[in-house]
Design a protein around this ligand. Structure first.
Ligand code: SAM
Ligand code: DTB
Ligand code: SF4
Length: 333
């Protein structure tokens, strides 16, 4: 039997690796249920149609405003509704943020992602964030911010400041969403994504797995992402970081192979998007991370801290990329 044909077979109307926005639940479910070898082969084949398979994009995160958030996202250590030991702080000074960005660039990051624990930014706060975007960009780094819900005019201001990416995740399937967040709706998230898209900013949008969702919910999450009118340029796939004090602490851990499958299905359904192996790497072996790269992940968060939780240290990550013969994707700015 010709296994190559078997693994990449897809209908004539939809050649493997083409960009589609009409994925059915059945098709995505079938991808998740493929034999692992067939799924990885398909993901890697499609990955090579759109990307250099030896490059990994490197982003460093900084929490520019930590904790005290009014939202009730059940996974989040920064929600004021849970006692997680995170101390709330004010928005950082522009110069302090720029110094952190400079250090991230020197350590090898091409993108600097700034996160604020807000439901949505106040216009006054946006002045300071725009100054951060301008100055970080002037260092020759790509910029990304995640500030919660945005209006159209706010997205326009960020675009004017030169923002490259806005991160706003769908987080999970529309069906499971209400179990995780009650203070804003799925439609609110889609609205913010539309404002970002209309402003001409690249969209960074993905989700979290390992929150106690069903396999159907993982299918539903990928379907919601892959059927957006335009695929997000960047798709972070986070593994829940279980934080004491949050409602999701002590939940059952996800099978790491199921995580790799989620990355692979994201790659197959959003062939030209950069898929980021995001939060949760601290709990993954090097070997599982290597499988994620094989499954089509081509970006990581780099640096010893995510927003409030630990991430592998830089030496370890550069060592891992070296062992795998992978190199950082050059900055586009
Ligand atoms: N407050 C803004 C918002 O939620 O839109 C921006 C910052 S928020 C921390 C950014 C994203 O981080 C969330 O949408 C979620 O996907 C991810 N995240 C937060 N806590 C996490 C955790 N414990 N494990 C994995 N991902 C997490
Ligand atoms: C994303 O999808 N994951 C990042 C980033 N976008 C902002 C955040 C992960 C946060 C993990 C928990 C923490 O460190 O607080
Ligand atoms: Fe607030 Fe964002 Fe955390 Fe939700 S994910 S509680 S909006 S900081």
């Amino acid at each position: 039997m010709n296994t190559q044909v078997r693994a990449v077979a897809s209908p004539k109307s939809h050649p493997a690796g083409s960009i589609r926005h009409d994925w059915t639940r059945g098709e995505i479910d079938a991808l998740f249920k493929l034999p692992f070898t067939d799924l990885i082969f398909q993901a890697q084949t499609i990955h090579r149609q759109h990307f250099n398979p030896t490059q990994v994009q490197i982003s460093t995160l900084l929490s520019i405003k930590t904790g005290g958030c009014p939202e009730d996202c059940a996974y989040c250590p920064q929600s004021a509704q849970y006692d997680t030991g995170v101390t709330a702080s004010k928005l950082m000074e522009v110069e302090t943020v720029v110094a952190e960005a400079r250090a991230a660039k020197a350590a090898g990051a091409s993108r600097f992602c700034m996160g604020a624990a807000w439901r949505s930014p106040k216009d006054k706060d946006l002045d300071a964030v725009c100054a951060m975007v301008e100055e970080v960009k002037a260092l020759g780094m790509e910029t990304c911010v995640t500030l919660g819900m945005l209006t159209g005019p706010q997205a326009g201001r960020l675009k004017q400041a030169g923002l490259d990416y806005y991160n706003h995740n769908l987080d999970t399937s529309p069906e499971f969403y209400g179990e995780i967040i009650t203070t804003r709706t799925y439609a609110d998230r889609l609205n913010t994504l539309a404002h970002v898209r209309e402003a001409g900013i690249n969209v960074c949008c993905g989700g979290i797995v390992g929150m106690g969702e069903s396999a159907d919910d993982r299918t539903g999450m990928i379907m919601a992402l892959a059927n957006l009118p335009v695929h997000p340029e960047s798709v972070p796939i986070n593994l829940l970081v279980q934080v004491e004090g949050t409602p999701l602490h002590t939940g059952k851990a996800l099978d790491p192979i199921e995580f790799v499958r989620t990355v692979a299905v994201a790659r197959v359904t959003m062939p030209a998007s950069v898929v980021r192996l995001s939060a949760g790497r601290e709990d993954m072996s090097d070997e599982i991370q290597a499988l994620c790269f094989l499954a089509g992940a081509n970006s990581i968060f780099y640096g010893p801290k995510l927003l409030t939780t630990p991430n592998p240290d830089q030496d370890h990550d550069m060592g891992l990329l070296n062992r795998l013969g992978l190199t950082p994707t050059p900055s586009t700015v």
